[in-house]
Write a protein that binds this ligand. Structure first.
Ligand code: BDR
Ligand code: CA
Length: 312
């Protein structure tokens, strides 16, 4: 199996991404690191453990990462979308254990140094703060990363937290800027893709009817975040973001995209946190990401349902 570390701010959609990874024998989850994002760090950490509890995976450790972005500013959260705990809509009990450490950077550096160079994929489901810290504080370990798969950014679809910025970039643009210029292979899964993967009523029902507890929890959580997103986007369902990263690792054939240059706008009167995507190659800036553009959404939901069904 391919070794991954999941860096995350659960968040209902982060939770579903983690469950998809845990249900997939093609992936070996070497650990989970947490970051402040959708909700403050104590909640994202507790939520990561609650999800591991649901999947009965006491063998996977959670390490606590950054509680704030690189540059000090008023905190941005997504509690208006995810509810105050980040996992509203689920009835998961309190976490069974404490995190393994409060040193996500130490865990990441150790994991990367212990294993063969180029053997660990970092899946980033929130702001890039932990990855940027790793790059600055442990560059030798960072350079051993095989690749990064990141849910973040937007181009054709516009922003979801400001008119031009996607949430994970907006929370910590300086961190994203560092990582995108770090020279590590990186796949971006932007809103352009995730806004295609709508949680229609039929898809939610399918999870509810899988007959296991994980299916119930997934249906409950996605039904909750949908309430906000439906009003916002007015479609036949809400976008589903983070699980697309894991689906890309499992089934790249479900997605299309291309290599291109992406820059991060760290200043800007209106555009702080925007991803400047040179999708049409109108500059000679060398490509630094593989930018996903479209998804086979039925294929994606078939995969997700089939995998969630394997869980307790
Ligand atoms: C991203 O922001 C969060 O709300 C989601 O968990 C996802 O990672 C979407 O913009
Ligand atoms: Ca997230």
């Amino acid at each position: 199996p391919r070794t991954i570390v999941i860096d995350t701010d659960p968040g209902q959609d982060d939770a579903v991404a983690i469950l998809l990874a845990l249900a997939s024998p093609e992936l070996d989850v070497a650990g989970i690191t947490t970051v402040a994002g959708n909700v403050p760090l104590p909640h994202t950490t507790a939520n990561a453990i609650r999800i591991l509890d649901l999947a009965e995976r006491a063998d996977i450790a959670v390490h606590v990462g950054a509680d704030r972005p690189l540059v000090a500013r008023a905190p941005v959260t997504g509690a208006h979308v995810h509810g105050p705990t980040g996992l509203d809509g689920s009835d998961l009990p309190a976490p069974s254990r404490a995190p393994a450490s409060t040193d996500a950077l130490g865990f990441l550096a150790r994991t990367l140094r212990e294993r063969d160079p180029g053997s660990v994929t970092l899946v980033v489901l929130g702001p890039m703060t932990n990855s940027a810290n790793l790059f600055t504080r442990a560059p030798d370990a960072f350079s051993r990363i095989r690749d990064i798969v990141w849910m973040g950014g937007a181009c054709f679809e516009g922003g979801n937290i400001t008119p031009s910025a996607e949430f994970n970039v907006y929370v910590d643009p300086e961190a994203a800027d560092i990582v995108l210029r770090a020279g590590i292979p990186l796949t971006m899964v932007p809103l352009d893709v995730t806004h295609q993967c709508l949680t229609t009523p039929a898809r939610l029902r399918r999870f509810a009817e899988l007959g296991n507890r994980a299916g119930q929890v997934v249906a409950g959580m996605l039904g909750f975040s949908e309430r906000f997103d439906l009003a916002k986007y007015g479609g036949s369902g809400a976008p589903l973001h983070d699980p697309c990263t894991i689906a890309w690792l499992l089934r790249p054939d479900l997605f299309t995209g291309r290599e291109c240059h992406v820059g991060i706008e760290c200043a800007g009167t209106f555009t702080r946190g925007a991803t400047c995507v040179d999708y049409w190659h109108v500059t000679d800036r060398p490509p630094n990401v593989f930018y996903l553009r479209n998804a086979d959404t039925d294929g994606f939901y078939d995969l997700l349902a089939e995998r969630i069904a394997r869980l307790p």
